[in-house]
Design a protein around this ligand. Structure first.
Ligand code: SF4
Ligand code: SF4
Length: 143
């Protein structure tokens, strides 16, 4: 958000970060700055086009009036304003995608991790690479 030279990004009362396509000048800074790859140039064919940046709206529309034709044309359906979940979260058959209050979602994911038997070892060297995690046990490692 901080890299945008024309201050396109804003946060809704629900904490959703949105982007104003009318302000965007397509400079691409956010494309390179976002660690999640959220901003994307519009796609058409094999190669992306330059133009106004696009991003996931969390199905929360844009700065126009909720559920107006103009909002739909630029940002697609505003499902949150309709009292619904984002489409991808609602349709995900395995419930890998969840949406809602961050604290509730965090608890659900933590519960999943614990009940799948990984406990405290879910993160860290041994989970990623196997072994004890000690340097001496790594290939080429020294005691
Ligand atoms: S591409 Fe648009 S939203 Fe992204 S930093 Fe540039 S002006 Fe801002
Ligand atoms: S369906 Fe999912 S990925 Fe697509 S805009 Fe809605 S929240 Fe974002």
């Amino acid at each position: 958000m901080a890299v945008c030279p024309v201050d396109c990004f804003y946060k809704t009362d629900e904490g959703v970060v949105l982007h104003d396509k009318d302000l965007c000048i397509g400079c691409g800074y956010c494309f390179y700055a976002c660690p999640f790859g959220a901003p994307q140039f519009p796609q058409a064919g094999a190669f992306g086009l330059r133009g106004k940046m696009d991003k996931c709206t969390y199905c929360a529309g844009g700065p126009e009036e909720n559920n107006s034709a103009e909002e739909f044309r630029k940002y697609g359906r505003n499902r949150l304003a309709e009292g619904k979940l984002p489409a991808c979260a609602e349709m995900c058959s395995t419930k890998a995608l969840l949406a809602g209050d961050a604290e509730v979602i965090t608890k659900i994911y933590k519960t999943r991790v614990v009940t799948r038997g990984k406990g405290e070892e879910i993160w860290g060297w041994s989970m990623a690479y196997g072994g004890s995690g000690k340097l001496a046990d790594q290939p080429g490692g020294r005691a």
